[in-house]
Design a protein. Structure first.
Length: 282
């Protein structure tokens, strides 16, 4: 199959391209290659003749105007590029668990719930609603994957993942700042995420939304305990009481018969080894 990937040079994109190239013909659309997610003519040329478009391009941090422009309007431009094609490619969109609000109890959150608490989360939620609208009006087969906290080799410390940040600081002997040792999130390793994207390419649907997560909670304190097995960790607890975000992945398991392969302890060990090699010369 011919697979087009926007944001192909990002953290997820690099892992995804490497894996998909084993079985598919992959095409990249990334700002590092001179492409602009808001340029409709570039997008029209890119999506034509593709069997599937995986839309990863987005902005996680920065000015709020740029976040909405990239994540929401950029998604609308992708949809505009697809909608008038005779042979429309399937669209798989990388959304985020930031469309969810942390809970004060350890209750799994399913796909029927959404209440963004950040501008980034809202930008992704609005993009989801655009996809739902275009999917129904223009018959674009679309899948929204709400990604939980992803970590793995290549994830930048102080940007992508709290696990990346903690591992990096622990190896450097720097103090780890934890917002709240008891606050917990649902972490998933990058190879599991890539497997799910790969399986979704062949999944037939008109429109659907899936949680992509491990279905298990890990607290910041749990991460520090695991890191202490490798090296003594210095940390400071800010006691911010940020609550829990636990994903319900039962729908994903049912529809593609999927089980996560990397648990949190093995995942952190893989991160530890990667960072140790990546920064071995300081």
């Amino acid at each position: 199959m011919k697979i087009g990937i926007t944001g192909s040079n990002g953290f997820i994109g690099k892992h995804l391209v490497k894996e998909l190239k084993r079985e598919h013909e992959c095409f990249s659309f990334d700002k590092e290659e001179g492409y602009d997610i808001l340029d409709l003519e570039q997008l029209k040329a890119f999506v034509k003749g593709k069997d599937c478009i995986i839309h990863l391009a987005g902005m996680l941090r920065g000015d709020n105007f740029d976040i909405f422009k990239t994540n929401t309007l950029g998604t609308q431009r992708v949809l505009e590029a697809i909608k008038d094609l005779e042979n429309k490619p399937k669209l798989i969109f990388a959304s985020s668990f930031q469309v969810y609000k942390p809970t004060q109890e350890k209750v799994p959150i399913n796909e029927n719930f959404s209440e963004p608490q950040t501008e980034y989360g809202l930008s992704k939620y609005l993009a989801e609603k655009l996809i739902e609208f275009y999917s129904k009006k223009y018959k674009i087969s679309s899948i929204i994957l709400r990604l939980s906290n992803i970590y793995g080799p290549g994830s930048k410390p102080n940007y992508y993942s709290v696990i990346s940040t903690f591992v990096y600081r622990a190896q450097k002997g720097e103090e780890i700042i934890a917002s709240d040792l008891f606050s917990s999130r649902d972490f998933i390793f990058i190879s599991d995420v890539v497997d799910i994207f790969n399986k979704m390419i062949g999944y037939k649907t008109d429109f659907d939304i899936f949680n992509v997560c491990n279905g298990k909670l890990t607290s910041l304190g749990d991460i520090i305990k695991i890191l202490n097995k490798f090296k003594g960790v210095k940390f400071k607890n800010l006691n911010k009481k940020e609550g829990y975000v636990l994903g319900d992945n039962s729908k994903l398991k049912k529809c593609i018969n999927y089980q996560n392969k990397i648990d949190i302890e093995n995942g952190i060990r893989l991160m530890w080894d990667w960072f140790k090699n990546e920064y071995k010369n300081g």
